[in-house]
Design a protein around this ligand. Structure first.
Ligand code: IDP
Ligand code: MG
Length: 149
């Protein structure tokens, strides 16, 4: 099992897409092990996007992601990182495949509604950054009907 960090960004919240987006992860068969909504501080936003700190779009990205509430989530499942990235779609909404979140609802590169960890190391870093050790350990009975065995 893997756990991945997923975050609905301020544009997704502003556009009223929280339920629509969460529902896709839930229906897929992933297990929710962390969720909260906060307005991110500049400090946490800068840490989260540190890998992009030299890029020209970085200042705008930080301003955007700290502009209002985000929904922070931790989703668990077999190959959860890849599964979540597939549900999310490619970065630019105009090019993302229909059926993906960005492909269905997005028209922009910066305003693409959602973040998902891209590798095990980034997932670990991001889960620790946003949730610390507060993830929930619980048994979801329906898992027996999600994986054959
Ligand atoms: P990802 O979210 O698909 O993993 P990354 O390349 O890791 O995409 O970029 C992180 C975020 O930075 C993107 O989701 C997007 O919001 C923003 N971003 C990336 N490239 C650009 C750009 O060229 N212009 C504006 N924003 C960008
Ligand atoms: Mg990325």
């Amino acid at each position: 099992m893997q756990t991945t960090y997923v975050m609905i960004k301020p544009d997704g919240v502003q556009r009223g897409l929280i339920g629509e987006i969460i529902g896709r992860f839930e229906r897929k068969g992933l297990q929710l092990v962390g969720m909260k909504s906060i307005i991110p501080s500049e400090e946490i936003a800068r840490e989260h996007y540190a890998v992009h700190s030299e890029r020209p779009f970085f200042p705008g990205l930080i301003k955007f992601v700290t502009s209002g509430p985000v929904v922070c989530m931790a989703w668990r499942g077999v190959e959860a990182i890849k599964v979540a990235r597939n549900l999310i779609g490619s970065t630019n909404g105009r090019e993302a495949a229909p059926g993906t979140i960005r492909g269905d609802f997005g028209m922009d590169m910066g305003f693409n509604m959602i973040h998902g960890s891209d590798a095990p190391e980034t997932a670990e870093f991001e889960l620790n950054l946003w949730f610390g050790d507060s993830l929930m350990e619980w048994n979801q009975d329906s898992i027996n009907w999600v994986y054959e065995g």
